[in-house]
Design a protein. Structure first.
Length: 221
């Protein structure tokens, strides 16, 4: 199926709208969540589940670098080329539960931690892990869930000494400085809320479908 036709179907099913010509998302509070088409040179498109933060200083910086890109895969775990595959929408429903507009924040965080634990590409790449930790940390701060924020800090601090220092420094700077900055909860929350509020008024974001995390009730457990 041609990607433009497929994108229309995916937008209808998952309530998405284009923010670029290849990226279709809805807003979930402080995030943009959706699907991104990536053209492989001399081949067809692949489809990726994608999450972009809204807490970077500009919308461009938010959508230039996603915090999560997960490829749609076949029954053998191999990336799918769209022209060779059927049941794309069913596969998206099965593989990408966070595409749904009916997740609690707790569900969202649980699935992200599961990705870190089970995705083979994550096991050998702490930069990919750090992106998801940043995602969980940002959402938790935005929602003022300090328990989850503290848990992210503990997860990173328990592992950071095992991560290659040169590579870490290239991406994030000094390890000790990074850890100390993670503890600046109030300052980090103010910055996140300010940037999300700013980016939410961008014309491209205003037109997007929007939803909130569902409330988590004691009876849900």
């Amino acid at each position: 199926m041609e990607y433009r036709e497929l994108s229309k179907q995916l937008c209808a099913v998952f309530n998405l709208k284009g923010i670029t010509s290849k990226c279709f998302v809805h807003r979930v509070e402080c995030l943009l969540v959706g699907l991104t088409f990536v053209k492989v040179p001399n081949l067809d498109y692949k489809l990726f589940f994608s999450i972009y933060p809204l807490w970077r200083p500009t919308l461009k910086s938010c959508i230039d670098v996603p915090l999560l890109l997960q490829p749609l895969v076949d029954d053998n775990g191999l990336d799918i080329y769209l022209s060779d595959s059927t049941n794309i929408i069913d596969r998206c429903c099965t593989q990408f539960p966070l595409l749904s507009e009916s997740n609690t924040a707790a569900d969202f965080v649980r699935v992200l931690y599961e990705i870190i634990a089970t995705d083979k590409s994550m096991q050998t790449n702490f930069i990919l892990q750090m992106k998801i930790y940043e995602l969980i940390y940002g959402v938790a701060l935005y929602l003022n869930n300090i328990d989850i924020v503290q848990d992210v800090y503990i997860q990173i601090s328990n592992q950071i000494s095992n991560w290659d220092t040169k590579i870490f420094n290239y991406w994030y700077g000094d390890k000790d400085t990074t850890l100390s900055k993670l503890l600046e909860y109030e300052a980090n929350k103010r910055k996140i809320v300010k940037n999300v509020d700013h980016n939410a008024y961008d014309p491209k974001v205003i037109k997007l479908p929007a939803c909130k995390f569902l409330e988590h009730h004691e009876t849900d457990r």
